[in-house]
Design a protein around this ligand. Sequence first.
Ligand code: KG4
Ligand code: ZN
Length: 329
Amino acid sequence: MTVLGIETSCDETAASICHDGRILSNIISSQVVHSSFGGVVPEIASREHELMLNSIVNDAISEANLSLGDLDAIAVTQGPGLAGALLTGVSFAKGLSIGLNISLIPINHLEAHIFANFLADPNLSYPFICLLISGGHTQLWLVKNMGIYDLLGETRDDAAGEAFDKGSRILGLGYPGGPQIEKISKNGNPTKIIFPRSLMGSDNLEFSFSGLKTSLLYFMDNFQESKEYRLADVAASYQQAIVDCLSEKLARAIMKTGIKNCVIAGGVAANFCLREELNNRIRNAQILYPDLEYCTDNAAMVSFLGEIKLKSGYKSNLIFNVSPNLKLN
Ligand code: KG4
Ligand code: ZN
């Protein structure tokens, strides 16, 4: 089967073709316009999607050497995400599916992030633990099977990606913050400043990053770059604090559940400091890492999951609305 995936939940306009479990094209246009604002401006994001969608979808179809008539279905992100941004993709997908008289499959963005791991390893077996770390979510899931997800823990306040983005803004670096902090941290000493790691003493699997961000804010009030204290050291120490919290809680989830099969998903999963820390700290379990292009927002994960749903008997649905706060269960 051949499925077109469309993703417009935030600031990436993306389209992809999946054919029999293989990604034939994966086109992404990242909206650089937001970088000067230090974060995504929802109205601008919607307008940019409107401008780009048609050509991105056409590019995805032509790069796969297909034409519109070859499509069996369209999968589109229903939520969670920015309402206006989601609406552009969903409206476009509804129109196209009616015009072509093919199935339409709404996709949960969080589920798509998790399923991107099956692109890395088609033989990934249930049950597994997923550390889902993106700009809006930081959650630990016990994935028992497709559609059967137990939430083990999540953040009480900011998401890990949000901590990177807000930290980057405080440090005067660009948006998105994760890649910027990761880049400058390569030249920094991660043990130079000891930033707080919240909820590490408690036995639960919850996260909290707002205290860390405030601590960075206070630290930068009196900061002057010198030979002894460089901005790179501050960034590396801040990154290390986030990474320590994430890896500690994943290690605890493995211990608590006894499940030794883990995956990570979402934009923060692209972070190499985290990958290295997980490899060093977690020796008693297998951790699967998706390719970098499938960590941050993309439509390959949407077309891929759409095809899986189609094959498992999902019926076309034209009368759904966007769902900015859509949950996984
Ligand atoms: O999954 P994603 O692309 O979008 C959401 O669903 O939110 O995640 C975006 C988040 C942003 O906060 C961004 O700063 C972060 O992922 N991110 C990273 C890296 N690349 C993206 N964080 C840390 N290190 C990275 N290399
Ligand atoms: Zn995402």
